[in-house]
Write a protein that binds this ligand. Structure first.
Ligand code: PGA
Length: 251
């Protein structure tokens, strides 16, 4: 099963509008020669509209870092899928570990966000991953299974291939400590098995599963060589044009 690689930059709460626009312009220019893979960036909400302008005419996808589940209403501080699409976003990161662990989002809320995005036509990137304690207690697979099953509750099989998943071990995010390619591959293949059990093997084989957690120019090639790693969700190294460019050009 051929899956088109996706290299995604998660800018988190960094960069003002002007800096976002120049980084986005560099990504758009750098990705012009990449015909065999997808590239996505997720700026802060405040920069989405300006970045969308810069990306016009490029093939770089624009994503939000989170999304509400309702179309509109009394939800102070939230942004709806329709609003994101209105400014040019086509994807949304959902259930990032920082949302789960700093802001208390649980699987049920993550699932609502995911269904809201999917039903509005935004491509969700569902993030899952275990903490260091969970890994050390031997609970990695249990946690991943629960996050995948509860996160995808109510998603019909025919929608599955349009979703993206991201395996991001919490202990590897922003720590400089990357999962080894074997650890990452093991988790990715486990997640694909969970999808095959929930749906069917053929559908599970079409879903892109990204790895995230200290992806850098130095480790991207090895990670991408693993059979079930279909891309990268990059935080720190996505904030510098040069390092993200090298990651986009993984071989
Ligand atoms: P990092 O972040 O690359 O800085 O570890 C990845 C992420 O949180 O998506």
């Amino acid at each position: 099963m051929e899956r088109r690689p996706l290299i995604a930059g998660n800018w988190k709460m960094h960069l003002n509008v002007a800096d976002s626009v120049s980084l986005a312009a560099a990504v758009a220019a750098g990705s012009r020669d990449l015909g065999d893979r997808d590239v996505m960036i997720a700026p802060a909400f405040t920069a989405l509209a300006a970045v969308a302008e810069v990306l016009k005419g490029s093939s770089v996808f624009l994503a939000a870092q989170n999304v509400a589940w309702e179309r509109e209403g009394a939800y102070t501080g939230e942004i709806s899928p329709a609003m994101l699409m209105d400014v040019g976003a086509s994807m949304a990161i959902i259930g990032h570990s920082e949302r789960r662990h700093i802001f208390g989002e649980d699987n049920e809320m993550v699932n609502r966000r995911l269904l809201g995005a999917l039903n509005s036509g935004l491509v969700p990137i569902l993030c899952v991953g275990e903490t260091l304690d969970e890994r050390e207690e031997g609970e990695t697979f249990k946690v991943l299974e629960q996050q995948v099953c509860e996160g995808l509750e109510g998603v019909p099989g025919d929608r599955l291939p349009s979703l993206v998943l991201a395996y991001e071990p919490v202990w590897a995010i922003g720590t400089g400590k990357t999962a080894s390619r074997e650890q990452a591959q093991e988790a990715h293949s486990f997640i694909r098995d969970v999808l095959a059990d929930l749906y069917e093997k053929n559908l599970a084989g079409q879903v892109r599963i990204l790895y995230g957690g200290s992806v850098k120019p130095e480790n991207v090639d090895a990670l991408m060589a693993e059979p079930d790693i279909d891309g990268a969700l990059v935080g720190g190294a996505a904030l510098k044009a040069e390092s993200f460019d090298r990651i986009m050009h993984f071989s």
